[in-house]
Design a protein around this ligand. Sequence first.
Ligand code: ADP
Ligand code: MG
Length: 243
Amino acid sequence: MTISNGTSVSVRELRLNYGNLEVLKTLNLDVADGEFLVLLGPSGCGKSTLLNCIAGLLDITDGQIFIKSKNVTWLEPKDRDIGMVFQSYALYPQMTVEKNLSFGLRVAGTPKAEIAERISRASQMLQIEPLLQRKPAALSGGQRQRVAIGRALVRDVDVFLFDEPLSNLDAKLRSELRVEIKRLHQRLQNTMIYVTHDQIEAMTLADRIAVMRGGVIQQLDAPQTIYNRPVNRFVAGFLGSPG
Ligand code: ADP
Ligand code: MG
């Protein structure tokens, strides 16, 4: 199978079942290099499942997944050149922020000087320098999520996967961090796949939105196109389109 140049993540004929439950139904998706793609849909439609398949955290039932033209379908998460940020932060509670940031790099054998350099750059970008010696329990939700984003950032990967990273935060923090994630993407120009059930997040962040329902992508288009020309009532209703 050939994947066109300029494609960062390609999902081919992906199916995922939990027992008899068909969660993803022969799903295809191509994400361009440097694109900010949002997976939007109601709770239970399969967004996290799709993201976890791309990350390599689930055994798929059928299909193939390519990252940067490489078939990663059977590769471990750590060999997939991706960084992932979860809703629940998933920080190591016993480690300081600095150790949380460096952990993956230390495991990978990155030289100390380079680890320090990358942590310094990431913590500057995310304004978490004053927090480096604290432990997660001593951080607010917003601070924890910055650290979680930092942990993906220091790994210097091409593809970031976000699973509802802001949904545990209050409205004010949510909109602040939304702006920062957008800025981060403009600066890094990497590929981002961002899961949310929040229409405003989708509309403000996405280059393109994939609207999902029941394990199927119903429409994949630029935000304005989806809003102005929804393909069906479900998409229109979910986006709150006029008419
Ligand atoms: P979303 O992230 O869009 O809310 P999920 O991908 O988490 O949806 O879940 C999709 C469907 O798969 C739901 O019906 C959910 O109940 C089901 N599901 C998720 N994880 C499991 C699991 N480990 N075992 C069985 N069913 C699951
Ligand atoms: Mg989910």
